[in-house]
Design a binder for this molecule. Structure first.
Ligand SMILES: Nc1nc2c(c(=O)[nH]1)N[C@@H](CN(C=O)c1ccc(C(=O)N[C@@H](CCC(=O)O)C(=O)O)cc1)CN2
Length: 284
């Protein structure tokens, strides 16, 4: 292994201790931030992620509001829980864990959320604000990736970034984030319709692999010294297999482990969004 590690676990731990201090300052002013989660169905991965979010809240002093619905829940059942959380004054912000079970349509659910309570930055208003360059909550995984690169001094300004995957939680929005003036990168978004993925990857200074295709990014497709972020999650015999082939660590300059890279940063950025929302409302 020659690549340096983009250590998401250690970086997230540092961010959480910074956030704990900000939560303590809010509480001293009589404000207790609260995160709500909506979990629909019995997917074990989604349950693990939601439980992790509440464990993180407890660590930094954020209150937890948990709403669960069975896999048989209707669109209306889910939308009613969203209405409840919109009206709940103890809930600073909340997330609807994605994906929703088959048969439920996530877009009307996201649209129904109060944009001021959107902790995931996935409401159309939040994505619109991001496109327009207006302050607001940002999607947690893209934000986590930018923070991970910044805290490891990986140059983003002027970098050629290739993103693989066009899902809502990562691929669609990270380009908007990285092309803001403050980040100033050039971004290419590749997907299943991309004709020659390798040709794009070989030009990249930074690769964000979020396709969910095991070992899609091969060592021969990585420019020596590039930073490679592995966001993909596939499972084989109970173990996570990322989108990045293990041999990439011999070529890349920086690599995020998976697990232990972008995942913990996603969780830390959710807490960050809640603390920022509470601070905004408290006029801090
Ligand atoms: N409403 C949302 N749904 C989903 C999001 C999201 O940001 N908002 N992202 C993913 C799931 N996710 C958070 O919800 C998430 C994924 C992974 C991790 C994480 O810490 N993973 C660990 C490994 C865990 C394991 O062993 O399975 C790691 O990478 O070290 C946290 C959060 C889709 N849905």
């Amino acid at each position: 292994m020659t690549a340096q590690i983009l250590d998401g676990k250690a970086t997230a731990a540092a961010i959480k201790s910074e956030l704990a201090a900000r939560v303590a300052a809010l509480k001293a002013k009589g404000v207790t931030p609260g995160l709500g989660t909506v979990l629909v169905g019995d997917d074990p991965g989604s349950r693990w992620y939601v439980n992790g979010k509440h464990k993180d809240c407890a660590e930094v002093g954020i209150a937890s509001i948990q709403r669960e619905l069975p896999a048989t829940a209707t669109q209306e059942d889910v939308e009613n829980v969203v209405r409840e959380l919109n009206a709940d004054p103890t809930c600073t912000g909340y997330i609807v864990q994605l994906p929703l079970p088959k048969g439920l349509d996530q877009n009307p659910v996201l649209e129904l959320m109060d944009p001021d309570k959107d902790a995931d930055g996935l409401h159309p208003t939040s994505l619109g604000r991001l496109a327009l360059g207006i302050d607001g909550p940002l999607p947690c995984t893209p934000l986590g990736i930018v923070e991970l690169l910044r805290r490891h001094d990986v140059e983003i300004n002027g970098a050629e970034v290739v993103v693989v995957g066009r899902g809502i939680t990562v691929g669609r929005s990270i380009g908007l984030l990285l092309t803001r003036r403050s980040e100033n990168a050039t971004v290419t978004l590749c997907h299943t319709g991309t004709r020659d993925l390798g040709a794009h990857l070989r030009k990249a200074d930074i690769i964000v692999a979020a396709a969910g295709v095991p070992h899609l990014v091969k060592p021969e497709d990585v420019k020596p010294g590039a930073a490679v972020l592995d966001v993909g999650v596939s499972r084989s015999e109970g173990k996570i297999v990322g989108d990045v082939h293990p041999g990439v660590a011999e070529v890349a300059g920086w690599i995020s482990p998976n697990p232990g890279g972008v995942g913990p940063m996603t969780r830390a950025m959710l807490l960050n969004n809640i603390v920022e929302a509470a601070e905004r409302r408290a006029g801090i």
